[in-house]
Design a protein around this ligand. Structure first.
Ligand SMILES: [Zn+2]
Length: 319
């Protein structure tokens, strides 16, 4: 399904399920995506019904049209509990208050006044790309077994990118639907969230990545963005190394400066070697904060809040 910005598309999966089809993820809620689904329903499913819709996590490109499809087809929604709750809460939240919450974290990250003004202008847009979500659903969680025609899927939670993202592993069929947890070319966005400013999402992500290395190496991976791929263990190692290299660069940057310490904004060139604007800057700052939070939890950095409410990170006690 198409997306307006990078990574330009999201992969949704159609899995044979009894006499019909289980859908995994739906695309964002907009007219072009609805039109594509109508076309698929009419022409590509052998006149067999949709049986249920499974959504991996609360991000708009995955959950956007879930409510519409469930209502339209009269089928149940399956979703991890905290992902369903997060979607429901975000849809009910006051947009101005949520925008203020996001801006507060970006200010702590050292964002420029220009960027903060841009964020006010832009506003928090979740409800514009996610339709209403059913009030009832079937919760799925780590280790649950999901039977579809000829396959047994084990639910594996890939946390970090979102609170409780569901991946599906068919061990006998050597298949893994990896959602956004393990992607072939890009590293999934792992950012500090304004609702949990003291969390360590990158630590959570790396631990979940580690647990996926117990999945057999000859597993074919179906990611939410990019092409299906084979080299699961190589990809896990590459993602881990990518973050460890970034963390090492960042830690070295902290040692080179004494006071007043680095902001997440100061850390962008160390982490990414480039600068950003707009939406990309918002995401980059959240990722920068996640890296600094992990250094903090490892004792390599220490967070200090300035009187202006900006977080500055200094070299930690352990080295
Ligand atoms: Zn996502």
């Amino acid at each position: 399904m198409p997306l307006p910005g990078p990574p330009s598309h999201v992969n949704c999966w159609v899995v044979e399920d009894g006499d019909g089809w289980l859908l995994v993820d739906t695309g964002r809620s907009d007219e072009p995506t609805r039109e594509l689904w109508r076309e698929i329903f009419a022409t590509s499913l052998d006149n067999r019904p949709i049986t249920r819709v499974l959504v991996t996590h609360f991000h708009p490109d995955h959950v956007g049209l879930a409510g519409w499809i469930c209502a339209e087809r009269g089928v149940p929604l399956l979703m991890p509990r905290s992902e369903w709750q997060r979607t429901r809460i975000l849809l009910m939240e006051d947009e101005a208050e949520l925008t203020a919450l996001f801006i507060d974290l970006q200010r702590r990250a050292g964002a420029t006044p220009d960027h903060l003004a841009w964020l006010w202008e832009e506003g928090f847009t979740y409800g514009r790309s996610v339709g209403p979500l059913p009030r009832t659903y079937q919760p799925i969680g780590e280790g649950d077994l999901l039977r579809t025609r000829g396959r047994k899927w084990r639910v594996r939670i890939g946390a970090g990118h979102s609170p409780e993202m569901a991946c599906l592993h068919d061990e006998a069929g050597r298949l893994l639907i990896s959602a956004d947890h393990i992607l072939p070319r890009i590293s999934p966005h792992v950012g500090l969230q304004p609702t949990e400013p003291d969390a360590d999402p990158l630590g959570v992500f790396l631990a979940a990545l580690e647990s996926f290395s117990r999945i057999p190496a000859d597993t074919h991976v179906l990611p939410s963005h990019g092409e299906p791929f084979h080299d699961l263990h190589g990809r896990i190692a590459a993602l881990r190394q990518h973050h460890e290299v970034s963390l090492a660069r960042l830690a070295a940057g902290l040692t080179d400066r004494l006071t007043p310490g680095l902001t997440a904004m100061d850390a962008l060139p160390l982490l990414f070697g480039r600068s950003f604007t707009g939406r990309q800057l918002t995401f980059a700052l959240a990722e920068s904060l996640a890296h600094l939070a992990l250094l903090d939890s490892r004792g390599r950095a220490r967070r200090r809040q300035t009187p202006e409410g900006v977080w500055r990170f200094e070299k930690g006690a352990t080295r």
